[in-house]
Design a protein around this ligand. Structure first.
Ligand code: 13P
Length: 251
């Protein structure tokens, strides 16, 4: 099964409606999406229903940044995967390092969210990655292994080939310090190897693994040139139409 290539923009908690609308309009003018590539924007929740209108008549896909572990009920402030589905989201990030470090999200929650999304037919983009301390202490592979393992424990086997992962080393997020293409490729290869052990060859070969962390118009082509890097999850540079368009053109 050929792996899907994805370039996704995580807008994080940025952009007001008028700014988001202008950004998408400019993107639609600038980009030509190649076959085998999915381009996704992930606006903050309140913009999602508006963004569905903005992307109309284009092949840009919609994603959310987070969701609840449950389908509906008494969970004040949460967003159900069921609602995301109705609002047109094809993707949803889970376990972003900002969710883990600022909002106490743990591996179990991440796995449950991934399963909840899959049950609604939404593709979870499961983020994982080590902190600078962990890398310097040489414990990064153990950290990554634990994060990836938890997902396969909690997601039903029928959903395994529909998972997407994103390696986002915490030390590279918003810092301007990108992992080198070789460094990222090495981690992706490690993770694919672990998926092979946990879930078998078919799943491992079908699983897209994106890289995120200061990806930009200058380094995108080199990162995408690595055999194990199936796409990019872009933060800051996805907020500027010219930059994001150039990243998409590097595919
Ligand atoms: P930056 O591209 O701003 O480093 O953010 C990466 C990220 O967190 C994407 O999810």
């Amino acid at each position: 099964m050929a792996r899907k290539s994805i370039i996704a923009g995580n807008w994080k908690m940025n952009l007001l409606p008028s700014e988001g609308e202008t950004l998408v309009a400019e993107l639609k003018e600038r980009i030509r999406i190649k076959e085998n590539l999915e381009v996704v924007i992930c606006p903050q929740m309140a913009l999602v229903p508006l963004a569905l209108d903005w992307i109309y008549d284009s092949s840009i896909q919609l994603g959310a940044q987070n969701c609840a572990t449950e389908r509906a009920g008494a969970f004040t402030g949460e967003t159900s995967p069921e609602l995301l589905k109705v609002l047109g989201c094809r993707y949803c990030l889970v376990g972003h390092s900002e969710r883990r470090s600022l909002f106490g999200e743990v591996d179990t929650t991440v796995g449950l969210k991934a399963q909840a999304l899959l049950s609604m037919g939404i593709t979870p983009v499961v983020c994982f990655g080590e902190t600078l301390d962990q890398r310097e202490a040489g414990t990064h592979l153990t950290t990554i292994d634990t994060q990836v393992n938890a997902v396969f424990k909690l997601v039903e086997q029928t959903g395994w080939t529909r998972l997407v992962f994103a390696y986002e080393p915490v030390w590279a997020i918003g810092t301007g310090k990108t992992a080198t293409p070789a460094q990222a490729n090495e981690i992706h290869r490690f993770v694919r190897g672990r998926i092979k052990e946990l879930a078998g060859d078919i799943v491992a070969n079908a699983t897209s693994i994106l890289y995120g962390g200061s990806a930009n118009a200058t380094n995108a082509a080199d990162l995408l040139g690595e055999p194990e890097i199936d796409g990019l999850l872009v933060g800051g540079a996805s907020l500027k139409a010219a930059d994001f368009a150039q990243i998409i053109a590097s595919f």
